[in-house]
Unconditional design. Structure first.
Length: 283
């Protein structure tokens, strides 16, 4: 059995199929975990969702910001963006089954001693705390009041974590960190405007994984979300969004068993992708 982590697919079903062929994926033997943003911007979001749902226990996915956007648009609480490619899902006869599958996905996972998130982790959070906070939000996503909760999910404030946060403010910080974070200050103030590479950090900010003393530093973390970051594979972090949607590559990491906790020992498989979006938009 092999466990593969795959970076942001964003509706690019053709490259996903080619990557699965490249790794000789077998649903009876192997397992996939996609690191969020499985839909949107690419040409075949409906096909991606149908593929993952059909794989049942052989495939799972984290929720990314684009996946949450789909749920919000479907619930009528957010307007679609001009560059969205979600109409196929929204008009599909199996729409409700696909959306229900998506809303059951987690915001964070722990596998083989690794922490998996879509975007980032605040420096104050331990790996155990990340999983606990993600679970708080997952209860809301899977509950009967999804539309009401999604209406309160959006916004950049509060921009930092405090243990005494309650209600929508608390949940908004959790969602923003796990699905949108790239840069923060040393004490965890988040910045969302900058989408450039880590070399172009705003003054006073660092890539979240470079904050000194972050509490998750002893746990290897795999994440996506940051296509402009480029390949990053160091002992403690593994970045797997390699810009498939922008004509880059789609990447898979094969987590070995027995597990390793040094990301430099993980095999990475990448395939080239045809450009599916105009560069510079919506990264």
């Amino acid at each position: 059995m092999a466990l593969y982590l795959i970076g942001d697919v964003q509706g690019c079903d053709g490259p996903l199929q080619r990557l699965l062929d490249e790794i000789a994926f077998s649903p009876s033997r192997d397992r996939l975990i996609l690191l969020g943003d499985v839909v949107n911007r690419g040409p075949a979001s409906l096909a991606v969702l149908r593929r993952l749902r059909a794989l049942e226990g052989a495939a799972d996915a984290l929720l990314g910001n684009h996946d949450l956007h789909l749920l919000a648009v479907a619930a009528g609480v957010r307007p679609p963006h001009r560059s969205d490619t979600l109409d196929g899902i929204l008009s599909a006869p199996d729409r409700e089954a696909l959306l229900d599958w998506l809303r059951q996905r987690p915001l964070a996972m722990s596998v083989h001693g690794w922490l998996l998130v879509h975007a980032g982790v605040l420096p104050q959070w331990s790996a155990t705390q990340v999983l606990s906070l993600a679970a708080e939000v997952q209860v809301l996503l899977r509950g009967p009041d999804l539309g009401d909760w999604l209406r309160q999910m959006y916004g950049n404030q509060p921009d930092r974590w405090q243990d005494d946060l309650q209600g929508p403010a608390r949940w908004r910080v959790i969602v923003n960190a796990l699905t949108r974070l790239r840069f923060c200050t040393a004490d965890g103030v988040m910045e969302f405007a900058t989408k450039d590479s880590s070399a172009n950090a705003p003054a006073g900010y660092l890539p979240w994984f470079d904050v000194p003393g972050r509490r998750c530093a002893d746990t290897p973390i795999a994440f996506g979300h940051w296509s402009t970051l480029g390949p990053l594979q160091r002992a403690d972090v593994l970045a797997l969004d390699t810009g498939c949607i922008w004509g880059g590559r789609l990447s898979a990491a094969c987590l070995p068993y027995p597990p390793v906790t040094d990301a430099r020992q993980v095999e990475i498989i990448r395939i080239p992708c045809p450009q599916a979006q105009t560069p510079g938009r919506g990264m």
